[in-house]
Design a protein around this ligand. Structure first.
Ligand code: SAM
Length: 268
């Protein structure tokens, strides 16, 4: 299938998002939410959902898309993976590189948007990984899925854990994908947010769009799961059911909070 490349230079929203993500980085780095001192002391930043859902990473070349400042990437490197982390925010990548230097873990970090990385990278990976709060920044999921398929070795695997799109609807955004993004001014989700707001452009992606994009890109879907809790307390009106499981009720029923997908690039 010919790959149509997204012309990032033509998209005004990418600059807006990059600037706003850059402005969040130091706050996130200093937050209890991200707990950098805990990570440096040996704690993993990965949650049970992805620890149980990911394929074995030890000895594998792993691409982490939208890695933020690299805590998950470096946690995966600690588990024995050789990691490449990619993110659009140069401030986030600078912090990731700092943490890599401090820990000397097997990871490199690239500052690029996902689409440009996919256009330029020639390296193949055993695993492509992305998580929580990633795909809402991407306007074109078909192209995203094609990039994942292109970067995977034959037999390689893609794993994602992502917030459930029903949360978009509950927050007043569109559930279904629209070409034009929702634009909003938001503070950030870490506990040390000082109240300042930045402008973001986000795109909704129903689960059916995610699955269809991966299938259309030639990947074989192995497993899809939905979870009635989030490992992060980052939405309004959540309560902690048990330690580390944050739930939300809608009309007295548990809302789906997270979903995960495992897919393979088949040997043809
Ligand atoms: C919520 S964070 C993802 C956090 C992730 N769960 C982790 O491993 O830390 C979203 C990240 O996506 C990045 N981002 C937004 N748009 C992007 C794009 N078009 N290409 C690459 N990264 C992007 C942001 O800079 C930010 O670091």
């Amino acid at each position: 299938m010919p790959m149509l490349f997204y012309d990032v230079g033509m998209d005004p929203y990418f600059d807006t998002n990059k600037t706003s993500w850059n402005l969040r980085v130091q706050t996130h780095f200093d937050s209890k939410f991200y707990d950098v001192p805990g990570f440096l002391a040996g704690k993993t930043s990965l949650n049970i959902i992805e620890r149980e859902g990911l394929p074995v990473v030890s000895g594998k070349q792993l691409l982490h898309l939208q890695c933020h400042f690299g805590l998950d990437s470096l946690s995966l490197a600690r588990m024995g993976a050789q990691v490449t982390g990619v993110d659009i925010s140069d401030q986030a990548i600078a912090k990731a590189q700092l943490l890599q230097q401090q820990t000397q873990l097997d990871a490199i970090f690239v500052c690029q948007d996902v689409y440009t990385f996919g256009k330029q990278s020639k390296q193949l990976y055993d695993i492509v990984y992305t998580s929580y709060g990633a795909i809402c920044w991407l306007p074109d999921l078909n192209l995203w899925a094609q990039i994942i398929a292109k970067q995977l070795k034959t037999g390689g695997q893609f794993y994602m854990a992502e917030f459930h799109p029903i949360l978009d609807l509950l927050a007043g955004y569109s559930y279904f994908h629209q070409q034009k993004p929702d634009i909003s001014s938001e503070g950030t989700y870490t506990e040390n947010c000082d109240g300042s707001e930045h402008q973001f452009a986000v795109w909704s992606h129903p689960i059916s769009d995610v699955i269809s994009a991966l299938i259309n890109a030639g990947l074989l879907i192995e497993k899809v799961e939905e979870f009635d809790y989030s490992p992060y307390n980052c939405f309004e009106n959540m309560y902690e059911r048990t330690k580390g499981e944050f739930c939300l009720k809608h009309k007295d029923q548990l809302a789906p909070m997270v979903y995960s997908v495992l897919a393979t690039k088949p040997r043809t």
